[in-house]
Design a protein around this ligand. Structure first.
Ligand code: MF3
Ligand code: CO
Length: 273
């Protein structure tokens, strides 16, 4: 499963191009995020995202991917990932929606996701979304040159477990990213540290924990895409694309490069935008 030779390492110039894609994804996600409200459809959110990507000179990477019919995935409540946006799916107060978005700029990919409350949600769900995001950042912070891939996996799991009794979805995970959206290696969101490929500068990964209120088991709906929890419990999903530089992780899909969450220690010497 772990084949070092399959991992595409990015040069400094290529990383600069990936930053363009990452920034476009970051700016794009702000639009549907700010539009989320009771009465808004996930199809409306999708249209906003597509317009923003195209205006920014990018191409939506999900659209047409293995036949996927939209720009974003919008996964509501018990939907975990890959929910297909629709004008018929109207958000209601109290819902929890994950918005996943990818774009290609100049041949390079960015991929990110956020989980957003619709109006006032049960605090238990807001807390789950927070734990999911914290776990993603913990995973990214665990990446350092000379370490191993599963250091990230382990850090994600630890942070989820520290946050509460959530299910960690096992069937899906993070991935390498670059000239394709999905590259080697697959990144589990759980496991022992110190395994797998060595982390070296130039490796670019999308880290995306998916957690649930109860069982981590999932099923795919008949539409061939939408992944829901088997027990109907609600889920959260958060994702960022980062590249490991000589100075630590640089979060390409965060407007601030991850500075706010990772702290000066690892990002102080990152390239400035
Ligand atoms: N962001 C998702 C991932 O990381 C991709 C969505 S699947 C698609 O796996 F088909 F919608 F593109
Ligand atoms: Co992804």
């Amino acid at each position: 499963m772990f084949r070092q030779q399959e991992i595409q390492l990015k040069s400094t110039d290529q990383i600069a191009l990936m930053r363009e894609a990452g920034l476009l994804v970051a700016r794009t996600l702000e639009r549907p995020r700010d539009a989320v409200a009771p009465g808004v459809s996930t199809g409306d959110l999708d249209a906003l995202a597509e317009e923003t990507i195209r205006d920014g000179g990018g191409v939506p990477s999900f659209l047409g991917y293995h036949g996927y019919p939209a720009t974003i995935c919008a996964s509501v409540n018990e939907q975990v990932v890959h929910g297909i946006p629709s004008r018929a799916q109207v958000l209601a107060g109290g819902d929890l929606v994950s918005l996943d978005c990818g774009a290609i700029v100049g041949g390079w990919h960015g991929d990110a996701a956020i989980t957003v409350p619709v109006g006032a949600v049960d605090p238990a769900y807001g807390r789950m979304a927070e734990v999911c995001e914290d776990a993603m950042w913990a995973g990214i912070a665990a990446a350092h040159a000379g370490g191993r891939l599963t250091d990230i996996s382990h850090a994600v799991e630890r942070a989820v477990r520290a946050g509460g009794r959530y299910g960690i979805v096992r069937h899906y995970g993070g991935h390498g990213i670059g000239t394709e959206m999905h590259q080697d290696p697959h990144v589990l969101n759980y496991g022992r540290p110190g395994r797998g490929p060595r982390l070296i500068p130039g490796i670019a990964l999308a880290i995306e924990p998916m957690i649930t209120m109860r069982s981590p088991d999932t099923v795919e709906l008949d539409d061939g895409w939408t992944v829901v929890t088997r027990d109907g419990s609600w889920a959260a999903h958060t994702e960022h694309t980062f590249v490991l530089t000589d100075d630590g992780p640089w979060v390409l899909t965060a407007l601030d490069g991850g500075l706010g969450r990772l702290g000066d220690a690892v990002t102080a010497r990152q390239p400035r935008d």
